[in-house]
Design a protein around this ligand. Structure first.
Ligand code: FMN
Length: 397
């Protein structure tokens, strides 16, 4: 029976109970101490809004358009290589986003092939990590084009560190008897999680969208991680090359510095996401919301500014949009919905956020998300970043 999820916090509580500890930790934890993960969420608590009481209007429009795709409200499910917590994970997220009239960003590390997922929501952005040779990267780009992806997202803020203070799990290299047995105890202690795999099949532990040009089979997860962390970071010229071979809507995800946002414009990107990877990059990176206004101001509407990090309620979406985002991407919030109740859980989380945006617009007396302005958000002195470290290479150019 479909669960009635009343808040993202409730979905989070169900997730924590339902998943085996190691899997829950992999989903929840950020890098090292988790300072950035926590600050992303706590920073929103410091931002206030002032409700008005009359002439609040009856129309509260949430429609927007990002990377050439029309969205019924400004929330997209972010690319997360973790939707495999359910056997049909990515397909369920695609169905839920379609039902809510929005787009799905599909991770390079998704457990389901892009061709399969896009059947359930044609508004799919494919997210790429920079690893493998340029031929390998081009093969993935061509595949995304052939599959019909509406945009390409390159995520650049995840290849720098993999340190975690909690006991992180190494993904098993294949699904064999030993691996199946290692699932046995968590399955017994977490039956509602295990039931899904028992009825629909064990996870394959492969990354079908991470194939290299010569691969005939989907590579095991465990074989892709070392490539990622040994990979050389791209130059801006490399990114320009990527943007050109793709030729369509192109987002750079992981921007925390206005100079990087300006370089994204220089190479012809159509969008950025102001993001610190949900606290999964260098710990001590400030909450991404603190950087948003300065970055939005620097780019001055020359590309679509998206935002992610710490969104847990509709009012967080309102705050981010007021501070310069066209739309937000949600990571953990939709994963909690997925773990709690599959497609229904994701759909409910999306609708909870939509409801919260509606309430925020009503309270602020704004007919549309497009009428929100930075002054709608009350922030403590010194909350937003207005000084950024100088850019060594950029200054040399
Ligand atoms: C478990 C997990 C896996 C993630 N995997 C990816 C990924 O494969 N690609 C990517 O671009 N971002 C990935 N992210 C980052 C999210 O796309 C997003 O930037 C982040 O979760 C936003 O913060 P939030 O979780 O507070 O909403 C991942 C995040 C989490 C929590």
């Amino acid at each position: 029976m479909a669960k009635n999820i009343t808040s993202v916090a409730a979905a989070h509580r169900i997730t924590e109970k339902k998943l085996p500890k190691a899997i829950y930790s992999a989903l929840y934890a950020g890098m090292e101490k988790g300072l950035t993960r926590d600050n992303n969420v706590l920073a929103f608590d410091e931002l206030g809004v002032i409700p008005r009481v009359a002439d609040l209007g009856n129309e509260h429009n949430q429609k927007t358009r990002v990377m050439g795709v029309d969205l019924s409200f400004p929330v997209i499910t972010s690319c997360v290589g973790a939707q495999g917590i359910c056997s049909e994970g990515e397909k369920l997220v695609a169905k839920a986003t379609k039902k809510s009239g929005t787009a799905i960003a599909l991770s390079n590390f998704a457990t389901k092939a892009m061709e399969e997922v896009i059947q359930h929501n044609e508004n799919l952005f494919f997210q790429l990590y920079w690893f493998g040779s340029k031929d390998d990267i081009q093969a993935r780009v061509e595949r995304a084009r052939k599959a019909g992806a509406k945009g390409l997202i390159i995520t650049l803020d995840w290849m720098m560190t993999f340190r975690k203070d909690w006991d992180s799990v190494t993904p098993p290299s294949e699904m064999n008897l030993a691996t199946a047995l290692s699932f046995a105890i968590p399955a017994i202690t977490h039956p509602s999680w295990a039931l899904d795999f028992v009825t629909k099949g064990m996870p394959k532990l492969t990354a079908p969208n991470a194939r290299e040009a010569h691969d005939k089979k989907d590579p095991p997860f465990a074989s892709v991680f070392p490539k990622m962390f040994g990979a050389k970071m791209p130059t801006w010229e490399d990114l320009q090359w990527l943007r050109e071979i793709w030729g369509g809507s192109f987002m750079i995800k992981g921007i925390m510095h206005p100079d990087d946002a300006l370089r994204a414009i220089d190479i012809g990107a159509t969008a950025i996401s102001v993001s610190n990877h949900g606290g999964n990059n260098i710990d001590s990176t400030p909450a991404s919301i603190r950087a948003l206004p300065a970055i939005a101001k620097a780019v001055n509407n020359q590309l679509d500014v998206c935002f992610d990090g710490g969104i847990r309620r509709g009012l967080d979406v309102v705050k981010a949009v007021a501070l310069g985002a066209k739309a937000v991407l949600i990571g953990r919030a939709h994963l909690y919905g997925l773990a709690a109740d599959g497609e229904n859980g994701v759909h409910q989380v999306l609708e909870i956020l939509r409801g919260g945006v509606h309430e925020g617009l009503l309270a602020l007396g704004k007919p549309s998300i497009h009428d929100l302005v930075p002054e709608d958000v009350i922030a403590p002195e010194g909350f937003f970043l207005n000084k950024f470290p100088p850019t060594f290479q950029y200054l040399k150019k």
